[in-house]
Ligand binder design. Sequence first.
Ligand SMILES: *[C@@H]1O[C@H](CO)[C@@H](O)[C@H](O)[C@H]1NC(C)=O
Ligand SMILES: *[C@@H]1O[C@H](CO)[C@@H](O)[C@H](O)[C@H]1NC(C)=O
Length: 260
Amino acid sequence: MPLADWFLRHSVTMWVLLQSFVLIAFCFHSATTFPKGCYHAEENGYKTIRCSNAQLVEIPKNIPNDTRKLFLDFNHITFLPHDAFRNLPLLLELDLSHNAITRMEIGAFRGLLENLHSLDLSSNKLVSVNKDVFSNLKAKVNLSSNPWLCDCKLQELIGKVDLMAGSSGGIVCDSSAQEEHVGKPFLQLITDMDFCSVYKRTTDIAMLVTMFGWFAMVISYLVYYVRQNQEDARRHLEYLKSLPSKQRKSEESSTISTVV
Ligand SMILES: *[C@@H]1O[C@H](CO)[C@@H](O)[C@H](O)[C@H]1NC(C)=O
Ligand SMILES: *[C@@H]1O[C@H](CO)[C@@H](O)[C@H](O)[C@H]1NC(C)=O
């Protein structure tokens, strides 16, 4: 019975092959349909994806494009590239709190503009953020518990962003040009201080100093030039005086004769 013999001899190989095929198919299936560590739920009739505490280091791909609420909190995400949420036009709520986000590219929230009404970026590692990151965003934003650098850039950002009610007290200075601001809530500081006018004043002073420097250089050059010329004129005069009058006369007559 050669056929049975063949089967017996190859059964182990075939079994291994079959198993790997199933494994590959399974992996491929899960990779194309749903991000690892996330699960799907229906909350108050809204399609919700929860990826909290999933050891994520970046925004997962393949989040269904009809998701209304997305929870990415308590992960290790450090960076939001532009168009990170582009395929989620229906998203209402985005929770990115308790990550390690230090940098967000301009256009990171592009595509979320109209529908998004809540964006949680609290408890991250944000120090300084360009205000244009949030341009056109209608959402209420929580920026609490980040190591903020209190300066004009933060003031501009706060001016542009719609803060979540009750979250403004959580924006505390971790560093500032002025030591006494550290540990203070930023919104309290900007009620009686304009961080941008301080900045403007220093640039104004720098301009003034530069202009004065140029002016001083021009003046000193002029003074030098006039002095030098005076010296030359004086020396020439002295030379003329020192010439014997006869020689001068003969010189004069010779010039006259040559002219004639
Ligand atoms: C989601 O993607 C599918 C397939 O590409 C598309 O047909 C559908 O219109 C998209 N839904 C939304 C809300 O964009
Ligand atoms: C904003 O974030 C802080 C820190 O995570 C949290 O304690 C606070 O409740 C949040 N505020 C709102 C309005 O969600």
